[in-house]
Structure formats: C-alpha cells, structure tokens
Design a protein around this ligand. Structure first.
Ligand code: HQG
Length: 180
C-alpha cells in the first residue's frame, strides 16, 4: 500500500472505529456511515478524501479493515471499534479448537493475572492463525503469541463472533483458557 493510501486507511480507522465526532459525523449502531456524508465532512475538516481513494483503500487493505455495503452507499470498519456510537450485532459462531492472540511480552505479567481484556475496544481480538497473531503482537513490541482454547470456552458458554474480515471476537479470555 502506498503512503497516500496508508494515510487514508489510518484516517478511516480513526474515524470509523474511534472518533467519528472528530469530523462531525454519527455512525449508526452497526457502524455504517453514508460514504457521501463521510467524504463531505472529511473535506470540510481538511482531510482530502474521494470515493476513488476510499475504494482503493478498501480493495488494497491487507486485513480487509473496511466493508462497503452491498448497495455501495455506506462504509464501516469491520472490527476494532472503541466508539460508544457503535454496537455491531455480530453473528455468533462456533470457533475452531484454538485461536491465537498476539501481544507484546511487556503485557504478559498483567495478562497472566487478569486474563485477556478488551481495554478500550469492545472485544478481545483473536486470529485464526499464529502468523497473523504474531504480526498483531509486533505492533506493541516484542511479540508473543497466546494459544486460546476457543472451543472449550464456547462449550463453557463464552460467546464468539466472526467479523466481516475474519477476525474473531470475544468479550474476555480468563487466564485458565490460554497457553504460551
Ligand atoms: C493487551 C489490529 C495487559 C492485548 C489487529 C493487546 C487486531 C492486555 C493490547 C485489532 C491485557 C490491546 C486489535 C491485560 C489484553 N493486561 N494488556 N489483562 N489484556 N492486553 O490494539 O488485539 O491493524 O487494542 O494483548 O489486527 O492488539 O488496527 O488490540 O496487546 O485485529 O486494523 O492490550 O487491531 O487491526 O491492544 O489489536 P489493541 P489488539 P488494525
């Protein structure tokens, strides 16, 4: 992804996951916003944004971070929200036996004590494979991957959801359900 697209992708993540009010927009409870409104408000707040640029970012996003609605009129972030405006009704799914969580070694003591918590985001994010989890962990420092007993958790009543882009979500992972 080139620098321009990366900048736009970061801007869209910020607005569609965390601070829609920064450009005076309101997302609906499923996270959607009209693309036309988004463009207009972004431009009014000094951020260059066009339909072409948005489509290019959506198409080239390695993690499929954003989803355009079937009618082509709206956009949302697939996951990762912290804004209180959004409460996406993700479909509950039965997880595979194991899912993976990438984090940084500096968080390990706290994670061992408290389990995995969502923090500012709405969910704990889990990856289908170790390699992806490792990349997620690298964002925070020296990476370490936790192996989460997802199916066992499901069998014990914990709910799992699958976002549009294949990222698994759950509310919390108690410390009895993972190994390193
Ligand atoms: C850690 C990215 C201390 C947790 C990724 C993580 C993902 C704890 C950090 C998505 C803890 C939160 C989310 C505890 C959890 N004590 N630290 N008890 N429990 N943590 O960024 O999962 O590239 O909010 O391990 O691909 O890293 O932005 O979550 O290290 O899908 O599209 O607290 O964001 O996608 O960090 O990443 P984050 P995450 P994008």
């Amino acid at each position: 992804m080139n620098k321009n697209l990366e900048k736009t992708s970061k801007f869209l993540s910020y607005i569609l996951r965390h601070q829609p009010e920064a450009i005076g927009i309101a997302l609906d409870s499923n996270g959607w916003i009209e693309i036309e409104t988004l463009i207009m408000q972004a431009n009014q707040h000094g951020e260059y944004l066009t339909r072409d640029l948005i489509e290019e970012v959506v198409k080239t996003s390695d993690k499929k971070r954003f989803t355009i609605s079937e009618d082509g009129l709206k956009i949302r972030a697939a996951q990762g929200h912290s804004t209180k405006q959004v409460e996406i009704k993700y479909q509950q799914q039965i997880p595979p036996e194991f899912l993976y969580h990438g984090t940084a070694t500096r968080f390990i003591d706290s994670i061992k004590e408290q389990g995995l918590i969502a923090g500012d985001r709405h969910y704990v994010h889990l990856s289908f494979d170790e390699q992806t989890a490792n990349a997620v962990g690298k964002r925070h420092g020296k990476p370490i991957v936790l192996k989460v007993k997802a199916l066992l958790m499901h069998q014990q009543g914990f709910k799992f959801y699958l976002a549009d882009n294949g990222v698994w979500l759950t509310h919390t992972v108690p410390n009895t359900f993972f190994t390193f």
